[in-house]
Design a protein around this ligand. Structure first.
Ligand SMILES: [Zn+2]
Length: 330
């Protein structure tokens, strides 16, 4: 019996890698680059706009999808960041991926894409899924622009807000991320890494609140739901490694890394967002997530509202992303 379970554990670890966890540290780290409290207030303001002023952003309410694209576009215009729409059609709907770009220096050494979908599933205002990610995307852009004005950061970063990720479009060629990734491949766009923000606002601490897809529950992953997860495929190990290494410098945000073989096809749950569209086109891509329905009981429900989110957790993610971009750009 023992020998068999050892082999089984061995195979699992070979396939998925033992839990690589970096808990929050007790020793005080460096001063954060951003004003955390101010960022918390700004993140809340984005959630109010997206989930209260606009509301459900599903294909049932095309006008709300359009209002959201306009909200994202006007944010970039107000912050003097170049932005444009990339429209595409789905049935009789015309929607758009919203593409903003920051670049410092003439010849950026690396090109990254920070992506997040802005639609919600029918029946919910989608605070965690996925307004939390749009809010973190916008505030990361704001702070990266400020950082690029202070320091030489040799990067080009695209911020792409994808239309249509949720059902009934999920898994069809009309997902905004599939439309973008296909176009990028055809145009041979230079892309060193795609970072996908998918549900990044929910934490929990009750015993048993954090669950995992089989077989990860056997691999020593954390019981508490206070970490941010990094999920990459074998082809994206370099990107996942540098994200993990830099995120660990932020001792206020525990981080967990998972690498999956076969583009995640053995554990379909890890493919459930926009990063998979880039995996399938051969780009390096890593999903950043609070682990979605493995932690958040409000997933795809009317109860997924802004009062359920942890804004300090989201602000610390902005800080960690900035540490990553600064490190990659030096
Ligand atoms: Zn989502």
């Amino acid at each position: 019996m023992l020998r068999t379970s050892k082999c089984f554990a061995g195979v699992l670890i070979w396939l998925f890698g033992a839990a690589i966890v970096h808990p929050a540290g007790s020793t005080p780290g460096e001063e954060p680059m951003i004003d955390i409290q101010q960022t918390v207030e700004r993140l809340k303001a984005h959630l109010e706009a997206l989930t209260l002023r606009i509301g459900e952003r599903s294909v049932r309410f095309p006008a709300n999808i359009q209002k959201t694209a306009e909200y994202i576009q006007s944010f970039y215009q107000e912050n003097a960041v170049a932005v444009h729409y990339e429209p595409f059609s789905y049935q009789d709907l015309t929607v758009a991926n919203v593409v903003a770009e920051l670049s410092s220096g003439l010849k950026p050494s690396k090109h990254f894409l920070l992506g997040a979908h802005y639609d919600s599933v029918a029946g919910t205002v989608g605070a965690d899924d996925n307004a939390s990610a749009i809010a973190v995307q916008l505030e990361t852009a704001r702070h990266l622009k400020a950082l690029m004005s202070r320091e030489e950061i040799g990067l080009a970063v695209k911020f792409v807000s994808f239309a249509l990720e949720e059902p009934p479009v999920y898994g069809t060629p009309f997902m905004g991320s599939r439309v973008y990734a296909r176009k990028a491949r055809q145009a041979q766009e230079r892309l060193d890494g795609m970072i996908c923000l998918e549900m990044v606002g929910y934490t929990c601490s009750d015993p048993g609140c954090q669950r995992y897809p089989f077989p990860l529950m056997f691999l020593g992953y954390p019981k508490a739901g206070n970490f941010i997860g990094l999920v990459g495929n074998l082809g994206s190990r370099a990107l996942a490694r540098s994200l993990f290494k830099t995120f660990r410098q932020n001792r206020q945000l525990p981080v967990v890394k998972l690498t999956v073989p076969f583009n995640g096809r053995l554990v379909p749950a890890v493919r459930l967002s926009d990063h998979a569209s880039f995996w399938d086109q051969g780009f390096q891509a890593v999903m950043i997530t609070d682990s979605a329905f493995y932690r958040n009981p409000h997933y795809h429900l009317p109860s997924d509202t802004m009062s359920k989110l942890d804004y300090r957790f989201m602000a610390e993610l902005v800080e960690s992303l900035l540490i990553f971009f600064r490190s990659e750009g030096r």
